[in-house]
Design a protein. Structure first.
Length: 295
């Protein structure tokens, strides 16, 4: 059976070099033994992909709990995967604090980065330098920021400093109801024309979602779930026959709040907004050609 599948990978990594106060993984560290388990789990995934038929169409999106790219085994794995014929796209969420030479070992045509700027953790000019370096290396990426009101000036500065074709997103802060005033929404939408898409909680119960059919969440042991937000176990990637679980199934959660989830709801049509950049959140066409949506 030819697999046409997106895997959302979240392995045993639970640590980060940054200390953002809005994050449970801030400054968490792991022992060498724990990190070795993470490395082994990642290698198992890479081996599995390399052994799949070359006719497969696989996309991998790394959504770690923590920062992965500071570890050389993630850099090597992404480079290896980007050269696999089975791979259509390999993407990862990162704070971009790593050195960047490793990207030269990748097939950049298949690489996508979702980069988050954390103003409390890095100087703006250093972060921008990293982004511009990546841009000069012809790597495709989106870059954004958590939409705290206190971040508004930083978000504006980011948008102004980066070349137009680089999409700058703002992740709506949803932990507090009615957090934004209409003026806040207008300001963030001026920075990110797609802010209105993210500044929503989508009703999803009983509605179609491609997760469980052409998208699966997988952990370091190969355990499969339809998405990161629904715990129901759907088998194991490393056991034969898991493909039989792939079928259309309505969402069982009341709502869907995150880009990495709701982009797979067909009724939202977001595959047409993001095209090949759906995972790493790069809209096609560039945002300057897209009218403000969901405003
Ligand atoms: S960089 Fe990301 S994972 Fe690390 S502390 Fe900040 S929000 Fe958490
Ligand atoms: S709509 Fe969201 S929560 Fe529901 S199945 Fe899809 S990704 Fe998961």
């Amino acid at each position: 059976m030819v697999l046409d599948l997106t895997l959302l990978y979240r392995g045993p990594l639970l640590s980060c070099n940054y200390g953002c106060d809005y994050c449970p993984f801030a400054k968490r560290s792991q022992t060498a033994a724990e990190l070795a388990i993470d490395q082994q789990a990642l290698q198992r995934l890479v081996n599995w992909i390399q052994e799949r038929p070359v006719s497969d169409h696989l996309s991998i999106f790394f959504t770690p709990w923590g920062e992965a790219l500071i570890h050389p085994w993630y850099q090597r794995a992404i480079a290896q995967l980007s050269h696999c014929p089975q791979i259509v796209k390999v993407a990862i969420q990162t704070n971009l604090s790593c050195r960047l030479e490793w990207v030269e070992t990748c097939n950049k045509a298949k690489l996508g980065l979702w980069i988050t700027y954390h103003p409390s953790e890095v100087l703006r000019h250093q972060f921008l330098q990293q982004c511009l370096d990546l841009h000069q290396r012809h790597v495709r990426f989106s870059v954004g920021i958590v939409g705290l009101k206190a971040h508004q000036a930083e978000a504006q500065a980011l948008r102004q400093a980066l070349p137009d074709p680089i999409y700058v997103w703002v992740n709506a802060y949803k932990r507090q109801a009615n957090y934004y005033t209409p003026a806040d929404i207008a300001d963030f939408t001026a920075i990110d024309p797609l802010f209105g898409i993210n500044n929503q909680v989508y009703p999803s119960f009983g509605r179609p979602c491609r997760t469980g059919q052409s998208v699966l969440s997988v952990d370091g042991d190969g355990n499969l779930r339809r998405c990161h937000f629904i715990p129901e176990h759907l088998g194991n990637l490393y056991q034969s026959g898991f493909e039989q679980t792939l079928q259309p199934r309505p969402c069982t959660n009341a709502t869907c709040r995150c880009h990495i989830g709701y982009v797979h709801m067909p009724e939202l049509g977001l595959d047409q907004v993001y095209g090949a950049g759906l995972l790493e959140r790069i809209p096609e066409p560039p945002t300057r050609d897209i009218p403000t949506l969901f405003g």
